[in-house]
Design a protein around this ligand. Structure first.
Ligand code: URA
Length: 216
């Protein structure tokens, strides 16, 4: 798996990351959602450099210009509900992508820290021969992402997979690298070293779904 850890190179992205991590700024859930969306736009721009291209001819008022643009064969697949703002950010740039949604949640059968991932709802077009963008804002244990990948396989074999994430743990990144094909790209804003016993990234940012959707 090719890992693109974007916060390593200082840019405006780091300002948005600072804001989504900050316990004070997080109180403004509209700003939190918009920052996740802005990070999605940056990740989308960066990964667009790696997509296959086609030549377009555009007619201007004064002539004709040939421009290379990414081929539009993208399926954006997101996990409900935390994935929605990141999905929106990517859709701002890949505005005619097809979309897939899945619900996945953690079930604790013994009411302790052990959990399994339950996939309940899945709606996807065929992904056969397409570019699959798997969108998961918090790559914590990596188990949801692998469960989603297993579930989406019945919709076909994609040409390539680009995973898009805001924050990950080193453990989660290592875990998913065992399950995805070698030519998979991971586009991730930042990676933290720790995962606590409840599966939260430390220092991380907290619960991305609750913060985006105002759950107290
Ligand atoms: N999901 C979150 O929202 N935050 C984490 O730290 C881990 C999973």
């Amino acid at each position: 798996m090719h890992i693109h850890h974007l916060a390593k190179e200082t840019s405006i992205l780091n300002k948005f990351l600072t804001e989504i991590r900050s316990v004070e700024i997080q109180k403004d859930s509209m700003r939190f959602r918009r920052n996740i969306e802005r990070i999605g736009e940056i990740l989308g721009y960066e990964l667009s450099k790696k997509l296959a291209t086609k030549t377009n001819q555009v007619t201007t008022p004064l002539g004709v210009k040939e421009i290379e643009t990414p081929v539009n064969d993208i399926i954006l697949c997101s996990i409900l509900r935390a994935g929605l703002p990141l999905h929106n950010g990517l859709l701002n740039y890949f505005d005619d992508a097809e979309n897939a949604f899945i619900s996945a949640y953690r079930h604790h059968p013994n009411n302790d820290d052990e959990f399994e991932i339950v996939v309940e709802y899945f709606a996807s077009p065929s992904i056969e021969g397409k570019t699959l963008l798997l969108v998961d804002p918090m790559l914590a244990s990596g188990r949801s992402l692998v469960a989603v990948y297993d579930a989406i396989k019945k919709y076909g074999t994609p040409k390539e997979i680009q995973i898009v994430s805001v924050l990950g743990s080193s453990e989660g990144v290592e875990y998913i690298s065992k399950f995805f094909p070698e030519n998979t790209h991971l586009w991730i804003a930042d990676i933290d070293n720790e995962l606590n016993s409840k599966g939260y990234i430390v220092p991380g940012l907290g619960d991305a779904g609750d913060l985006a959707f105002g759950t107290k």
